[in-house]
Design a binder for this molecule. Structure first.
Ligand SMILES: *Cc1c(COP(=O)(O)O)cnc(C)c1O
Length: 529
């Protein structure tokens, strides 16, 4: 299996090159040459498989055995999911006869990104070690310096994915004092030597600008071989397809054979739900996937109008609706609206480009791959220059064959958390999961009697205490510490921390930090030879 860029189509990369490269040089995202079909007896053969068995079965369809043998893949998968707290890795939790929750938050940082980042870290390490083993004595080893900015959520999953990995250092910039205490503690209490938390006096945007400047600095970039681990990395999508299969088999054990499964996915950068699309196209039996957005609703608007448009959200109803009491103190920052589900606060949705490629292809299936890439590139260029693109009606019709979409407000999010807490069985949802639960309820009014919904739960409620506390503060008997906070978080706030302070949001100061620590790492590596 080889991979190509959505905006190119000529050059083919191996899986290893695809994973190590991340974003294609032409600005496109890598996708596989074709979407593999499931083996003939998958329903029978895979039904008792564990999460790890399913990982090996599904991932091996996308990775040539010459690149990664089944045994090597199994070793990486086993290691990656040994850090999870639940034996099913992503357990299915029954909420009602027609509703299940697929809990994706049992990894080390209590959020769904662990599912992909635990594997990605091990893949990076494996490929680098293999490359370095082939080098002759005296040749410098290949190293990767991962640099990223976080407003709290992604940073900790990335840090836990890369901690203690050979040949990899990670620098995560966060705005000092502006991430939640739990998230700050999650990041800074990781004291492995290759992990560097950089607290910048400034805003999240300052941190992001610094990271962008570092990547744009050719000399610095090639000296340190900077790597990114954002959600466009193909391995992250691939790793996430697995839980759709696990949910399918686990749900089947309890349901009549005639029932239809409908996955509902809270969505920001379209990575989580895109994995479901791949599973569907491989042949996993499911109904339409439901896209659930918060008030940053570029995706929900696309499914209504066929326009993929980033401008509207600036002056959109979110910003103009003072009646929305839950939005007090929230404001539009550069067009992104701050909501109670911050991990889905996006202006454009990076992985959506991959779906657009398949829609362009579906609209003209006899066209060459390159011609489809040109169509897609035309659309993306328009988004860049005009802030919007409108796809042909036929393309929108194709998108509607596989997806439904709903936009959920902060008020609805809070109401949903409260409803499910008071429900039977009682369930405490984090605000992202609540966006999914609310969308599920809305689309259910049009579902057939045989449809069963599986809502993907992307975070533990303790990670987003603000929304959960706000929703449940007045409910008698509710106590955040007792009802929500897991044991692991209690000890966290008092554990030893390691942070590098940067006094001003200046790229030169961050460069100095990286030079200093990478110099030390090189020094100690030579010393120990
Ligand atoms: C990243 C994240 C999401 C959004 O996932 P996408 O793949 O970007 O759609 C939703 N919820 C939580 C808690 C997240 O961390």
């Amino acid at each position: 299996m080889k991979y190509f860029s959505t905006r190119g189509g000529e050059q083919l990369l191996s899986f290893e090159e695809t994973v190590l490269t991340g974003l294609a040089p032409d600005g496109g995202l890598y996708i596989p040459e074709y979407i593999p079909k499931l083996p003939a007896n998958w329903q029978e053969d895979w039904k008792e498989y564990s999460f790890q068995d399913l990982s090996v079965a599904v991932l091996s369809l996308y990775i040539s055995p010459e690149e990664l043998t089944l045994d090597a893949l199994r070793t990486l998968v086993t290691k990656s999911y040994s850090t999870f707290r639940h034996p099913d890795i992503t357990p299915l939790h029954k909420l009602g006869d027609k509703t299940y929750i697929l809990e994706l938050f049992h990894g080390p940082t209590f959020a769904f990104k662990d599912v992909a980042l635990q594997l990605l870290g091990n893949l990076f390490e494996f490929f680098l070690l293999r490359r370095n083993a082939k080098k002759s004595a005296g040749e410098a080893p290949e190293k990767l310096t991962v640099v990223g900015a976080t407003s709290g959520d992604t940073g900790s999953a990335a840090i836990y994915g890369l901690r203690n990995k050979a040949n990899i250092s990670i620098y995560i910039l966060h705005p000092k004092g502006r991430v939640s205490p739990i998230q700050e503690a999650q990041m800074t209490t990781v004291t492995d030597a290759n992990v560097h938390n950089v607290a910048v006096k400034g805003t999240f945007d300052d941190c992001q600008d610094i990271v962008k400047s570092l990547f744009a600095d050719k000399a610095f970039n090639s000296k340190h071989r900077l790597g990114a681990i954002n959600s466009i990395n193909w391995a992250r999508i691939l790793a996430q397809t697995v839980y759709y299969f696990l949910a399918y088999f686990h749900a089947r054990r309890h349901l009549p054979p005639s029932s239809d499964l409908q996955f509902v996915v809270p969505t920001g950068n379209f990575g989580d739900i895109l994995a479901g699309y791949y599973a569907k196209k491989m042949g996993l039996l499911m109904g339409k996937l439901v896209v659930a957005t918060n008030e940053n609703d570029i995706l929900a608007r696309f499914w209504k109008s066929g326009r993929y448009e980033k401008v509207e959200s600036v002056s959109g109803e979110g910003a103009a609706a003072p009646a929305n009491g839950a939005s007090d103190g929230k404001q539009a920052v550069g067009g992104v609206k701050e909501t109670l589900s911050p991990a889905m606060d996006i202006l454009v949705s990076s992985n959506f480009e991959r779906l657009l490629w398949y829609l362009a292809h579906g609209d003209a299936p006899s066209q060459s791959r390159q011609a489809t890439c040109q169509t897609l590139k035309g659309w993306m260029d328009k988004v860049k220059s005009d802030g919007r693109v409108e796809v042909p009606t036929r393309v929108l019709a194709l998108a509607r064959e596989d997806f439904l979409a709903e936009r959920i407000s902060d008020v609805q999010t809070l109401d949903t958390i409260r409803d499910h807490y008071n429900g039977s069985p009682s369930y405490i949802a984090d605000p992202h999961t609540a966006v999914g639960l609310c969308a599920a309820r809305i689309v259910a009014t049009h579902n057939s009697a045989s449809t069963v919904q599986i809502v993907l739960s992307t975070a533990h409620p303790a990670k987003f205490s603000e929304a959960v506390t706000r929703a449940l503060a007045d409910v008698s008997g509710f106590n955040f510490e007792r009802n929500v906070l897991p044991e692991e978080f209690r000890g966290l706030l008092t554990k030893q921390r390691r942070v590098i302070d940067v006094e001003r949001p200046e790229v030169e100061l961050v460069k100095e930090v990286i030079e200093r620590y990478e110099g030390e790492a090189r020094g100690s590596a030579t010393a120990s030879v």
